[in-house]
Design a binder for this molecule. Structure first.
Ligand SMILES: *Cc1c(COP(=O)(O)O)cnc(C)c1O
Length: 386
């Protein structure tokens, strides 16, 4: 990319890490729901959204809830996770994965990331298992699926369940099967920056009918299916509204296209980056389809790259970035075992997300890559990119 000095008369538009794709169909269906007064969780769109999502993932049940964090909590509650139990979670994830475990009264036990796809390191799970361990939450970080067979093999040896936090992985596949259909159940988020969005929203998918029935009961105040206002257990109100679901139905009509668009943006970055020493892009395993929720790069500190300096330089040019998640065990409420997760710590320090919203054009990607070239530390040799 030829370097051109900043033009004082031309302020380039700001580029965002994430931006939803809202079209006329979304507006049409939300307007329909509002104008009919169907604004609570009662209304046709919730059922339609659940059916469309179950079909997309290829499972028999999908239960819509108010957000992705509550999706994980509801799933754990339905699995009877509670005080005294332990659940294995990756150290490198969004904090909600661990918090959902904490809400049940159980303890999240952190396992380090593997350095290639940055997911939970299956080879490190076994030493973290104790007699209190109930199960494992596999998070498909930034959209790349975990090696589920390796995780399931450890779980099977110890009689544990595996569930997926697929909040970042709509449309990702593992050995040809959709994320969310790879274990006992899968939880999704539809937060505004996720690949498919309802503003705020979540879904749990499963083929397990008993688990599904338990979640239906718990998400609706634990109310008996046969006796109104008679509550069999202490439940929750985790229902999704018909407004959220109307947005979701419209998004599902072009779900494949949304996933394809994320992959196209990532592919453009890959082809543009050429070889800048010390800027590592994620690789896609032979058994995986990466959903590329976020555009990710990991910078090599040894070559002089400093993530936060680069972020500030890009920000000054109207290019938004965000840092990778810091390892959850570093956070005060979980604090202690940071040293036990050196890979997650390094990724948390050196990884960043680049602009990858649905509005990104090829020219926008070129602008980001050119800016990163320009801000490379001294002495970095670069191959010209086309
Ligand atoms: C977004 C996200 C969640 C939480 O979803 P919300 O809808 O924001 O509550 C949970 N886990 C992961 C990995 C996420 O990225």
């Amino acid at each position: 990319v030829p370097y051109s000095p900043p033009d004082q008369n031309h302020v380039p538009h700001r580029l965002f890490v994430a931006e939803p794709s809202i079209g006329s169909r979304e507006i049409e269906l939300v307007t329909d729901a509002v104008s009919k007064g169907e604004i609570s969780s009662r209304g046709q769109y919730v059922k339609q959204f659940e059916a469309a999502f179950a079909d997309f993932v290829g499972v028999s049940h999908a239960d819509a809830v108010c957000n992705g964090t509550m999706a994980i909590h509801l799933l754990l509650a339905a699995l009877d996770v509670g005080p005294g139990d332990e659940v294995i979670v990756p150290a490198l994830t969004f904090v909600a994965t661990a918090n959902a475990v904490t809400y049940t009264g159980a303890k999240p036990v952190f396992v380090d990331a593997e350095p290639v796809h940055w997911n939970i390191d299956a080879t490190r799970i076994e030493p973290a298992i104790t007699p209190r361990t109930k199960g494992i939450i596999a998070v498909h970080l930034y959209g790349h699926p975990c090696d589920m067979d390796a995780i399931q093999a450890v779980a099977d040896r110890h009689g544990l369940w595996v569930v997926e936090d697929a909040a970042q992985a709509h449309g990702a596949t593992y050995k040809g099967k959709q994320a969310g259909s790879l274990a006992r159940a899968g939880a999704f988020s539809f937060y505004a920056n996720k690949i498919i969005t309802t503003g705020e929203g979540g879904m749990i998918v499963t083929d397990d009918s008993a688990l599904h029935n338990r979640m239906v009961l718990l998400k609706n105040h634990g109310m008996s299916a046969t006796r109104r206002y008679f509550h069999e257990v202490v439940g929750y109100n985790y229902r999704m509204t018909n407004l959220q679901a109307a947005l979701g139905v419209a998004q599902m009509e072009r779900a494949d296209q949304l996933v394809a668009q994320k992959r196209t943006i990532a592919a453009k970055y890959h082809s543009m980056f050429g070889e800048i020493a010390g800027v590592h892009l994620p690789t896609e395993a032979s058994w995986a389809r990466h959903a590329h929720w976020m555009v990710c790069v990991v910078l090599d500190e040894a070559l002089g790259w400093d993530r936060d300096t680069l972020a500030a330089e890009l920000e000054a040019e109207g290019i938004e970035t965000r840092p990778f998640f810091p390892p959850v065990p570093e956070m005060p409420m979980y604090g202690s075992s940071v040293d036990a997760c050196p890979v997650a710590a390094r990724l948390g320090r050196t990884g960043m997300n680049l602009p990858g919203g649905f509005g990104m054009t090829d020219q926008d990607v070129e602008r980001v890559v050119a800016a990163i070239h320009r801000h490379a530390p001294k002495g970095i040799t670069m191959r010209e990119v086309k």
